[in-house]
Design a protein around this ligand. Structure first.
Ligand code: GAP
Length: 441
């Protein structure tokens, strides 16, 4: 049997649309650039990705969750540096009127060259702020400007004291959050990789200054292990260290976890040592003391922060790219999404072999028995071979087929997605069997 991984993103984009994972936003109006809607399977899959992250982060004694508002006091973004510093340098080409990022363009004879027409007759770079601006209330003036948050992290920093006090948390401890962020990106693209509206999964871990470098290493390892647990191919993961001008304005040290997408190695997650930058800025701008009092040592200090930040949409894309494979055996082809069962949008599909009412009734009854504890599917349309292929393509680990013998012997056939082996299983043993098999993937 020959196996091929995903070669180009367009193959995945078309599977995602065909099978109800991801659709272009507002498609009937011609679509809205770089905005995507998750279809029925995509919504479930993304929820599974978020749950995997949420469980990994919050099912430990030292990390708690938070769900902060998207709209925040405008001073937050002054303090964080986003109003003054969160911008891309933009250049206009005087020849073809193209507008592009100076830092993504090549230089010719010391001048910035337009990537579209090659002209070097370009304007000076101007800073373009990436935050989306809107107004609070009915009057649109400068006094009521608010921003759609460009990162979830600030909701955590401004709640540091609330969480520490209400949860009686002692340092070191972390706050985890999943939520939407918005950036008016100049060059969105590569499907859901870089979009203007996206979801982030961020965790800020508050530590005593001096212990930050050790915690930074610990979190790097923890995050690497997380991707291994999700089944990501390890040879397609690597760390990339930020040096010099690559470092964000708040970062003392930063590593990206990169994944080898079909379009090349690109950032999946950022792990940053943000020092006490954010807490000290919020302390200064709000006038509220954010120091932590260590009861044991009677010391007062502003904690340092180790941050892990991954885009949920970006991770979902990496997982789909990684799981995709095409198999061919004796002229028979199939596409498989080899997702771990915890991530698969459907865990098991119930398939009556024919449209005979008795078979459909039994398959539906089994579907109903399982649906209270798992995401399951029921499918009666098309040949059984086509139905297996459809389930393979959406990553369903197990297919349960009800055939004519099932009515007599009270047994069903369970087919394994990866091995394509089939077992005959007694209906009264089916729950145990399915749970055990899902655990073995
Ligand atoms: N709080 C730190 C922070 O936001 P970041 O490196 O700018 O750091 C963290 O973003 C992660 O969010 C990235 O590694 C990426 O996975 C995701 N992300 C950032 N911008 C994105 C965009 N325009 N579209 C999709 N995901 C994005």
């Amino acid at each position: 049997m020959s196996t091929q991984p995903l070669k180009d993103l367009s193959t995945l984009v078309s599977l995602a649309k065909r099978r109800g994972f991801v659709f272009q936003s507002s498609e009937i109006y011609g679509g809205l650039n770089s905005c995507w809607d998750y279809g029925p399977l995509g919504a479930q899959f993304k929820l599974n990705v978020k749950l995997a992250w949420w469980k990994a982060m919050t099912r430990r004694p030292d990390v708690v969750g938070l769900d902060a508002a998207i709209l925040m006091h405008p001073m937050v973004w002054k303090a964080s540096g986003h109003v003054d510093g969160f911008s891309d340098p933009l250049v206009d080409c005087k020849t073809c009127k193209n507008r592009f990022r100076e830092d993504h363009a090549v230089k010719k004879d010391g001048k910035t060259q337009c990537p579209r027409c090659g002209s070097t007759d370009t304007t000076e770079a101007r800073a373009f702020n990436l935050m989306f601006k809107t107004h609070m209330g009915p009057v649109e003036d400068e006094g009521n400007v608010v921003y759609l948050r460009p990162e979830t992290a600030q909701g955590i920093f401004v709640n540091f004291d609330n969480v520490a006090n209400s949860m009686r948390k002692k340092i070191p401890f972390g706050i985890a959050q999943i939520g939407k962020s918005f950036r008016n990106e100049i060059t969105p693209g590569n499907f859901t990789f870089r979009t203007r509206e996206f979801e982030q999964m961020e965790m800020q871990y508050f530590v005593k200054p001096g212990t930050d470098e050790g915690w930074f290493e610990t979190w790097k390892q923890t995050r690497w292990d997380f991707y291994r647990t999700l089944g990501v191919t390890e040879s397609k993961l690597r760390f990339h260290e930020h040096k010099g001008s690559e470092l964000a304005h708040y970062a003392k040290a930063a590593f990206d976890v990169e994944y080898e997408f079909p379009f090349g190695w690109s950032e999946l997650e950022g792990i940053h040592n943000r020092s006490d930058f954010d807490l000290s800025q919020h302390q200064k701008f709000s006038g509220k003391k954010l120091e932590y009092f260590d009861e044991a040592t009677k010391e007062k200090y502003l904690p340092y922060v180790i941050e892990t930040a991954v885009g949920c949409d970006r991770l979902a894309l990496a997982l789909l790219c990684d799981a995709y494979r095409e198999e061919e055996s004796e002229g028979d082809k199939r596409v498989v999404l080899g997702l771990k069962p915890a991530l698969a949008p459907v865990k098991a599909a119930f398939l009556p072999l024919s449209k005979k009412q008795d078979l459909q009734d039994l398959a539906l009854k089994l579907f109903e028995d399982f649906s209270s504890s798992k995401e399951v599917d029921y499918d009666e349309s098309g040949s059984i071979g086509k139905r297996y292929r459809r389930q393979d393509e959406i990553g369903t680990p197990l297919c349960v087929t009800v055939d004519f013998d099932s009515l007599q012997d009270q047994k069903v056939t369970v087919r394994h997605r990866d091995l394509m082996t089939q077992d005959r299983v007694s209906i009264d043993q089916l729950k145990n069997y399915v749970n055990q098999k899902l655990g073995e993937f």
